[in-house]
Design a protein around this ligand. Structure first.
Ligand code: JHZ
Length: 414
């Protein structure tokens, strides 16, 4: 584990820490039931703001070989909402950019090919790149050519040397993960055809702060982006932030940035940049009250669950999400409070939550075991999950959301 002294994007030394979540285990490192728990490592989770380029980032860096455990189990294809969202994006890009058999779409962090499949269906040539071996293998098996590599300037130069230039580069939920932001952006700039566009989605740091989504902070998420931070990063590599789209419900608030070599800005992009400046998002003061608000959620949630348990109620949780691991560990939700976790990702079932060690079971266990309450760790998929669980609700089950304010959902809310 090493501490960074300089901003990952602009290199400035003006980093100010504004939140410490203590030491937590790695959020994606689900534990095998027969593992020696004493060997489970914990790492500091401290968040800082760069006064020079506005990038919010972790101060520590867990070595990559520890961070991306060999059994990385996040498969994008387990959310219908995400699949729908991705398909809509693809259909629009095909129409607007007039993509066809002579085009090329490259996706960075293409996971199991969940998004590229849609381009392939319309005979648009695709290339996925994802260093996670199981996900890359699943994509290749599904007919989506995928390189199990990290994207950066080196791979981009190799592809260009092979005569490949991308008309569209998609990079969803990856800019939070990369330590070498400049190398990835340089790679995008190299690989992008002159008239091409890079379409990048990432959770928005403003939503994280405004809605107290502190659980989305974990070691894999090194950076928390704003339009200002992305624009400054892109500009360093000859790219311009042309347009911004807002998806307030996706992953707790996601932005889609359109970058290209052209220098125009849409009214929406301009408005986002101006609003970040005007609201103070580009200065440290915006972040300084955050730690107190996080503390409030942590203590309120713990007290709520403790009270329910004192009243003899049973509690489970839904979603062995990475954010769920931060939540149970930073709030201190051990197995006395939250008995088990359900998740429909079959690769996660049979394992234990990092640090707190709740068993991860199939969602059908909610109907079988009938806990009185279910804490929604994957609160970002609240509507989708509750719609699937109407049978559990009919049996008297109730859901609890942890953020922005812990609350038991009642009546029509579930
Ligand atoms: P989910 C992910 O984070 C992954 P995570 C990643 N770290 C990232 O950057 C962010 O998103 C943005 C399950 N589930 O996606 C699937 C059901 O069981 O919110 C997942 O295990 N039933 C790359 O891991 C978990 O919940 C369902 O109906 O915090 C959700 O995890 C649905 C919809 C999901 O995020």
């Amino acid at each position: 584990m090493s501490d960074i002294a300089q901003c990952r994007s602009c290199g400035s030394g003006e980093l100010s820490a504004f939140l410490s979540l203590g030491k937590t285990p790695l959020a994606d490192a689900l534990v095998k039931p027969d593992a020696d728990f004493k060997l489970e490592e914990r790492f500091a989770l401290d968040v800082a703001f760069c006064a020079s380029c506005s990038l919010v980032q972790l101060l520590e860096e867990v070595p990559a070989d520890k961070l991306f455990v060999d059994n990385y189990l996040y498969f994008s294809s387990f959310s219908d909402e995400l699949l729908r969202h991705s398909r809509e994006n693809v259909l629009r890009l095909i129409g607007e950019r007039q993509l066809g058999p002579s085009s090329l779409v490259v996706e960075i962090a293409s996971n199991d090919g969940y998004l590229l499949k849609n381009f392939a269906e319309f005979d648009v040539p695709v290339l996925g790149v994802d260093p996670a071996p199981d996900q890359a293998a699943a994509a290749n098996a599904a007919g989506i050519p995928t390189l199990a590599r990290f994207v950066g300037s080196e791979l981009a130069a190799e592809l260009v040397a092979e005569g490949k230039r991308a008309d569209v580069i998609v990079a969803n939920n990856v800019m939070a993960h990369v330590p070498g932001l400049n190398d990835v952006m340089a790679g995008i700039a190299t690989l992008l055809a002159d008239g091409g566009v890079a379409v990048i989605e990432n959770p928005y740091v403003r939503d994280l702060i405004d809605h107290v989504e502190f659980d989305t902070i974990y070691h894999e998420h090194l950076c928390y982006h704003s339009c200002t931070a992305i624009d400054r990063l892109a500009a360093r590599h000859g790219l311009c932030l042309n347009h911004v789209e807002n998806f307030p419900r996706l992953h707790g608030g996601t932005l889609r940035w359109h970058l290209s070599k052209a220098t125009h800005r849409s009214a929406a992009a301009q408005a986002f940049l101006e609003s970040e400046e005007a609201s103070g998002l580009t200065s440290l003061a915006y972040y300084q009250g955050f730690a107190k608000r996080v503390e409030h959620v942590r203590t309120t949630l713990h007290a709520l669950l403790e009270g329910l348990r004192r009243d003899g109620k049973t509690i489970a949780a839904y979603g062995a999400a990475a954010k769920g691991a931060t939540l149970v560990n930073t709030v201190g939700l051990d197995t006395d409070l939250v008995e088990f976790v359900v998740d429909r990702n079959v690769h996660k079932q049979g394992l234990l939550m990092p640090g707190t060690h709740q068993p991860i079971l199939d969602p059908s266990e909610l109907r079988a075991r009938r806990p009185d309450y279910v804490l929604l760790l994957a609160w970002n998929f609240k509507d989708e999950i509750i719609a699937q669980q109407q049978e559990y609700v009919a049996l008297g089950g109730q859901f609890i959301v942890p953020v922005p304010e812990p609350a038991i959902l009642t009546g029509s809310a579930q």
